[in-house]
Design a protein around this ligand. Sequence first.
Ligand code: ATP
Length: 470
Amino acid sequence: MEKDADGFYTPKLEASAPLAQAESKDTKEEEEQPEPIPSSSSRTDLIASTFEVTVTLADQQADPNSPLFSAKTFEELGLHQDLLKGLYDLGFSKPSKIQERALPLLLANPPQNMIGQSQSGTGKTAAFVLTMLSRVDFSKNKTQALCLAPSRELARQIMSVVVAMGKFTPVQTEYAIKDNLPKGTSRITAHIVVGTPGTMTDLLRRKVIDTSEVKVFVLDEADNMLDQDGLGDQTLRVKNLIPRTGVQIILFSATFPDHVRNFASKFAPSANKIELQREELSVEGIRQFYMDCRNEEHKYDILVSLYQLLTIGQSIIFCQHRHTADRISQRMSAEGHKVASLHGAKDAGERDAIIDNFREGRDKVLITTNVIARGIDIMQVNMVVNYDLPLMNERGNQHSHDARPDVETYIHRIGRTGRFGRKGISINFVHDRQTWSQMEEIEKTLGKKIIRIETNDLEEMEEKMKKALK
Ligand SMILES: Nc1ncnc2c1ncn2[C@@H]1O[C@H](COP(=O)(O)OP(=O)(O)OP(=O)(O)O)[C@@H](O)[C@H]1O
């Protein structure tokens, strides 16, 4: 691919037609290499771990049934030299399946919308980031690509990928996340703006961002961004503030539940679609377990007894409520365990510091809510604990008494481990008939066995986990 006279990176490849399911009827617009993970030096007088876990990358892309498999090269995909350099600098040697399938469609001209689905940790980010970088005309100091994500943590992570992949290009970037821009900023001219919908709306309304040259609009975690019970309204506002025509709309997620699929098709009309079957949704490398706890208090005791295992690599503990995350982390800290907690009630600077500490491995156990259930990519995370199962009622309220298991959120939560072919473990805590049947429903929906581990046999537990991580 060469840069043409106008400064665009134009792919030589045409879209590979069989992959595209053109949909013309919806015209109405509505809106981290092989690395031994050291055992923890953190204080604990609980169980002494007898094993070390080695995370290996070898041959992950060699299995033809793996969503990471690909015979093609990035060169064949027609990417510009500067972007190829960025990719190789990041250590990407060949495209993953979703990249191989999506990139020819995403880069073809004229630009076409895309609704792309692929399992967690299979490389969707690179697909849309490469598209944004390919479509920007660097000779113009104007915003040309907008990308939205459901959390500031994910927006910051996506930006780090834009910056890394665009390292050999002159790309300029800006955030549209809370408390990030200097007060009084009246104009953003960065080529690519990445943010969350509320702040993006604000910047667009105040005309801080000029949208006249916007030609790519990406929604990561698109099902969440379009869900009317979630961020749907705010995302629609953004769409209404960008040009009505000439913008390539790109929606990516590991999940597209039925109730958002139609809406997604209207939001991104005539999109090429790459879809997964229900039974393909969860990642093979993630072994799912559960522990039968006696009651809420027993859940806490079990979590504490797991501490040594949680700190072999890194772990994320998901709770339903912010106050549970705070309460557990305060109790564990008071008992001498090093844990961090992160949720949406913390202020922006604090949230950034907490996730950065975790990302850089200074903290090994992160207790959190659904705020980071989606997208967060930290290779060393080899264990996810659903301290509370994810729930949701029909109106999208996760705190209501008639709430049912939220299978999509479950898939995203456990997907924080097992990234890009690595092994990972998830453990669900159940403690009564209701939580047991909620877990059973998740198991049935996903068609994947969730294996019991005894809560009173730490040796057995350690043995099972050791096997699962091999
Ligand atoms: N072609 C590639 N070669 C090597 N590593 C890759 C490649 N593509 C992506 N990765 C790595 O795989 C990891 C997962 O990628 P990414 O975060 O894009 O997954 P995702 O599909 O967006 O997952 P999620 O659904 O959880 O958001 C990242 O650390 C990324 O750097």
